[in-house]
Ligand binder design. Sequence first.
Ligand SMILES: *Cc1c(COP(=O)(O)O)cnc(C)c1O
Length: 383
Amino acid sequence: MSLKEALEQRRKEGLYRTRKVIQTAQSTEVEVGGRKVINFCSNDYLGLANHPDVIAAFQQGAARYGVGSGSAHLVCGHSEAHHTLEEALAKFTGRDRALLFSTGYMANMGAISALIGRSGEVFEDRLNHASLLDGGWLSTAKFSRYRHADMASLESLLKKSTADEKLLVSDGVFSMDGDIAPLPEMVALCEQYGVQLLIDDAHGFGVLGEQGGGCASYYSLSQKEIPVLVGTLGKAFGTFGAFVAGSEELIEYLIQKSRSYIYTTALPPAVAEATLTSLKILQEEDWRRERLKKLIGRFRIGAERLGIKLMTSETPIQPILIGESDKATVVSERLLKRGIWISAIRPPTVPKGSARLRVTLSAEHSDDQLDRLLDALAGAMYG
Ligand SMILES: *Cc1c(COP(=O)(O)O)cnc(C)c1O
């Protein structure tokens, strides 16, 4: 099939992806194609991407360090800003140490492929983020997927496994569904079957747990129980980059072995400076989490009143399941005409037949914006 034919086919299946150009800062209201719309699809859950203190820290960081980091961490790119942020993230997560990666995608690829190899087996939830699945494939370990959050399905795979080394990998909060992984049960299975555990809490940090400590804090799980904890900085932190947190040995091992850590340019030091400030706000300003909780509750009540079926989620990720990809795109376009931006999430990001509108809420959304979302949904869902 030629590229042209492949593109044509994608279009026919309603799976063609396009980008919209935004002309303003990331916020609850953005300008798209010269029009102001209310944004309900960002991962900036706490509203820190455009926070004045975070911007100021970024500017000061650029004034001190310049823009580019100049090289990889292991050559001459590891600045004091990076180092201080790693120490702060270790303290925040209650782990021995943390290691910065340039993106979450790279953290997952690099950590999984460093921790398990050909003679191992990796166990993954079917709905894991693409970067976790890709890390599993890259590792060359035997790859086994279990039904979403289904511990009986996981245990039957663990029972059958004859691999020397085993690694269980999961989202903490599922990125397209918003539900929280059953971590206490997973930890118990890991202990019983001698399995290492990697949890990617991209969507839990800042949102769940005491001071936004994420799913590990939500369930009070220690470094011993979740030995490999991944976080991203591009979501609730509002900046960019990612980290892995864990034991001294884990971090030293990743520095030696993780190819996506070693062979890439360190993120700009100014981003690390900005993240130090956003981490402080994220921990201290509980009102942002309380505000989110209130908005989530109001949204769920309002949507149910409209007869909209929601998924089981207590997080700011509140998807509306549509089913067919074409239909999800049509509803998304109708919403945009009404001034509401929610992108349609279609396969292969989600399983076939489960296209959805991934509504996300931010602590910065006003009650009025939420009401306008509900009004627009009332018209667009059935129009
Ligand atoms: C967004 C996301 C990532 C990727 O993080 P980036 O920093 O954007 O590369 C990884 N895992 C999960 C679960 C995510 O949602």
